[in-house]
Ligand binder design. Sequence first.
Ligand code: NAD
Ligand code: AKB
Length: 312
Amino acid sequence: MQTTDKILVIGANGQIGTVLTQTLQHKYGTEQVIATDLATKPQNASGIFETLDVLDATRLGEIIRQYNVRCVYHLAAILSATGEQHPQWAWSVNMGGLFNVLEAAREHRLQVFFPSSIASFGPHASRENTPQYSPLEPTTVYGISKVAGELWCQYYYLRYGVDARSLRYPGIISYQSLPGGGTTDYAVDIFHKAVKGEPFTCFLRPDTRLPMMYINDAIRATLMLMEAPKQQIRIRTSYNLAGMSFTPAELTAEIQKHCPDFEVQYQPDFRQTIADSWPQSLDDTDARQDWGWQPQYDLASMTADMLANLKA
Ligand code: NAD
Ligand code: AKB
C-alpha cells in the first residue's frame, strides 16, 4: 500500500468494521478510506461513507472507479448463528458478495482481505491446537461458505494473480459495538451485563472452550498480514490465528475478580451444537513464522481492558 492508495471497507458498520475503519483512517488518512455498508448511515462519525449492498456488482464497480480504490477489506457476511436460521440467504450473501469482490479485484487489480473463521473446521479436525492443514468439514452453512471462500481466494491468486489474503479469526471480543449473530457473541454480551450490574444468561454450557481474540490483536494481525511483503504470504487459503482460549465459566470467574456480585446462569440453545463442532484452540505457527504474528492480550488483560472501556 502507498499512502495515496484508497481503501474500501465493505461491511464497515459491523463489529470488526467499526474498529478497522477507524484504525485505517488513523494510519493512512481519513480521506483514504471509503467505508461502506448496507446501512444508510455510518457507524463512525468521520470520513467518507457510501451505502453499498455487496451483492450489487454494478454499484461496487462504480465506487471502485469513483474513488480509484486499490485495496478492499471485505467484511460483509452473515455469521454462524444467523446463518443456521437462514441457510440459503447466508450462502447467497457470503458467496455472492465474495464473488463480486474477487471479480472486481481481478478487473481492477485490487488487493483483497477476506476474513475466514474457526468455523472453517468441523468435528473431524482435532479440537486442541488444531493444525493449519486439518480436515475441513464444517457442519454450518457459515463454515461451508468460509471454506469455499478460502479456496476461491486461493484460486483467484493462482489463476489471475489477485493478491487475496485471509485469516481464520477466532471469536472477536470488542467494546466499540455489539456483535452480529455469531456463536461467540456471548463473550461480548457478558461484559455489557456485568457493567450494568445485571445477571447474564449464557447460551453455551459453562465448559465450552473456544478460541477467542481481543479486537486490538485482531486489527493488528489484519494490518500485519496486509502489509507483509508478498513473498512472505505462503498460505493463500487462510492463516490460522490464535489469541487465547477460555470457557464461559473461566470468563465469568475473571469478570468476578472485578465485579464480585456478577451472576451467570446457563441455558444452552442451538448455538451449543455449533460451538461443539469448532476447535478449542488453534495452532498458528505458520502466521508466526511467515509474518511474525504474536498476540498481546490474554484473558486477564482483555477482561480488564473491556471493563475499563465499557465503564468509561
Ligand atoms: P457483523 O455482522 O458485525 O458486521 C457485518 C456487517 O456487514 C454489518 O454492518 C452488515 O450491515 C454488513 N452487511 C451485511 N450484509 C451486507 C451486504 N449484502 N452488503 C454490504 N454490507 C452488508 O460482522 P463482524 O463480526 O464485523 O464480522 C466481519 C467479518 O469477519 C465477517 O466476514 C465474519 O464472518 C468474519 N469473522 C468475524 C468474527 C467475529 O467474532 N466477529 C470471527 C471470525 C470471522
Ligand atoms: C461466529 O461466532 O459466527 C463468529 C466466528 C467465530 O466466526 N464470531
